[in-house]
Design a protein around this ligand. Structure first.
Ligand SMILES: NC(=O)c1ccc[n+]([C@@H]2O[C@H](COP(=O)([O-])OP(=O)(O)OC[C@H]3O[C@@H](n4cnc5c(N)ncnc54)[C@H](OP(=O)(O)O)[C@@H]3O)[C@@H](O)[C@H]2O)c1
Length: 251
């Protein structure tokens, strides 16, 4: 099968590309380096010639709500229109568990992305994943000032990125699949606990604090378990401790 991967140069897109290639399929990387800008639409039609399925694992560093909604909504509208013109069979979208009631930032952008895809004519299979184990690294990068990181209060069920990539590939290749499903790791935990374990393993920062500012949009939802999987979700390892040992071995 010929599968186009949007975001093929990113964290999850690299794994999706490796999984699909490893299973013997042809992968078309839709990246700006290869002449495709999914926001402007440049290069999309040419790149999608002969493509059977699209996996969308695009991302944006934007955080401001209107800007991130515009990015994800515009990209989805361009991709769904180009997919229809190219006769693509279905689109697999990577999204995030629990975003229905979010109002701001990245999560609100992802909701706009889902809605934009669902307005199209090409069938969409949405895999809603929990936060990846690597989210703990991102938190340290984003929030460390001096010797202190401050992470939002969040209940999460961290999932392995490679496991997410495997499921995205499954959804891309399957003849039949549900329109939406959830994938999370095996155990719910407080994000701060996982970030502290990573910081201890790295030897820095010395302190990891938890922010409990309920005036931040969606803070109460995140703190109260709104990002945890529902009862029908698939739960799969490896768990955070195994990821930590593999990626940041002790000693
Ligand atoms: N991190 C988590 O915990 C988590 C959990 C669940 C779901 N997700 C979702 O996973 C998705 C992927 O995240 P990630 O961390 O793997 O992404 P990433 O590493 O930040 O990579 C972003 C990708 O988007 C591509 N891209 C950005 N702007 C583009 C444009 N205008 N045209 C074409 N490609 C563009 C980049 O390609 P080039 O720059 O090479 O063009 C790159 O391949 C996101 O949508 C995120 O919401 C993340």
């Amino acid at each position: 099968m010929r599968v186009a991967v949007l975001g093929a140069s990113g964290l999850i897109g690299r794994d999706v590309t490796a999984v699909l290639s490893g299973r013997g399929h042809e992968v078309i990387a839709l990246t700006r380096a290869s002449g495709v800008d999914a926001y402007t639409g440049a290069g999309l039609d040419a790149a999608l010639a002969g493509v059977d399925v699209i996996v969308d694992a695009v991302n944006s560093p934007l955080q401001e709500t209107a800007a991130v909604r515009d990015f994800f909504g515009t990209v989805a509208a361009r991709v769904r229109a180009a997919a229809a013109r190219a006769g693509v069979r279905h689109i697999v979208l990577l999204s995030i568990i629990g975003i229905d009631d979010t109002t701001a930032g990245h999560y609100a952008g992802k909701l706009a992305q889902e809605h934009a895809y669902l307005e199209g004519t090409v069938p969409v299979r949405i895999l809603r994943a929990a936060q990846f184990h690597e989210f703990t690294e991102m938190m340290l990068n984003w929030t460390t000032v001096g010797d202190t990181a401050t992470v939002p209060r969040m209940r999460t069920q961290l999932v392995n990125a490679r496991t997410v990539a495997e499921r995205l590939a499954d959804l891309a290749l399957a003849a039949e699949a549900p329109a939406r499903l959830e994938l999370a790791g095996p155990e719910a935990l407080d994000l701060v606990t996982a970030v502290r374990a990573l910081a201890e393993r790295l030897g820095a920062p010395a302190r990891v604090l938890e922010s409990t500012d309920d005036t931040v949009p969606d803070a109460a939802l995140q703190a109260g378990g709104g990002l945890l999987p529902g009862p029908a979700a698939e739960l799969a390892g490896p768990d955070f401790a195994a990821w930590l040992d593999e990626h940041h071995p002790a000693g």
